[in-house]
Design a binder for this molecule. Structure first.
Ligand code: BTN
Length: 237
């Protein structure tokens, strides 16, 4: 199966674009890669079983489904693609990636990514704050948007198109793998590195990214790898 260019689907409202794409894959598989966007979601899902809150029409809720072999570090590659797509819309504001795949600016979250594996496919769910001017109180202090960063409104479907072409470019460039070159590009953008970080049970300083996309944390004389879960970073939301 050839993934690109992606087929596109535009929805008014859906429970979750990830769930929608997973249902299509389960029912019939995909004959090409597919990108779905919805103007609103009623049951958006985030990483680690959390829910994902979005402002209807202002937040871009989208998912991309591609057929690929399971690849460790793929979720970091997805962050690289979204970073490439969003950079031109941020008026020179410094964008970074908070491990594993949040896109951040000014220490606040601009975009979250949820990758889910279904059969031989990966569904990459992407939530991007585009024209949001404010957020519900739970996330107000830690969220930002392209509008808040640049002072400009964007057509949400233009951002959708930009993300779709960035995925085509980045996944083709790195051949769907978290290769040495992808790791080098990711490392330059990773906001965790050199900072004090904490997992639920340990803390230390983030010192590197493993070949499998794990975060390497130095605690005393020991370096340990974290490959899932939440890693808090000092001074970032
Ligand atoms: C996170 O930061 O926890 C990941 C958030 C991912 C949200 C997006 S919005 C579009 C897609 N559909 C979902 O239900 N979740 C993802």
């Amino acid at each position: 199966m050839i993934n690109f260019p992606l087929d596109t689907v535009y929805l008014e409202s859906v429970d979750s674009t990830n769930s929608y794409l997973k249902r299509i894959i389960k029912e019939s598989g995909l004959s090409k890669g597919m990108a779905v966007m919805a103007k609103s979601q009623t049951a958006g899902r985030g990483r680690l079983g959390r829910s994902w809150l979005s402002n209807p029409r202002d937040t871009l809720c989208m998912s991309i489904g591609v057929k690929n072999d399971y690849a460790e570090g793929f979720t970091l590659l997805a962050a690289l693609a979204v970073y490439e797509a969003l950079k031109p819309f941020c008026s020179d504001k410094n964008l970074q990636i908070k491990w594993p795949n949040d896109i951040i600016a000014e220490n606040k979250k601009l975009c979250g990514i949820l990758c889910e594996r279904v059969d031989e496919y990966t569904v990459i769910g992407i939530g991007i704050n585009v024209n949001d001017k404010s957020f519900v109180s739970e996330i107000e202090h830690k969220a930002t948007s392209l509008y808040l960063l640049s002072g400009k409104e964007n057509d949400v479907s233009d951002i959708f198109k930009a993300v779709n072409s960035a995925f085509e470019n980045v996944l083709t460039k790195y051949d769907f793998a978290f290769s040495k070159d992808a790791k080098e590009a990711y490392t330059k953008l990773c906001a965790n590195l050199g900072k004090s970080v904490a997992t639920e049970t340990k803390s230390g300083v983030a010192v590197g990214i493993g070949d499998d996309g794990s975060l390497q944390i130095k605690s005393g004389d020991e370096v340990f790898n974290v490959s899932s879960g939440e890693v808090a970073v000092h001074n970032i939301y």
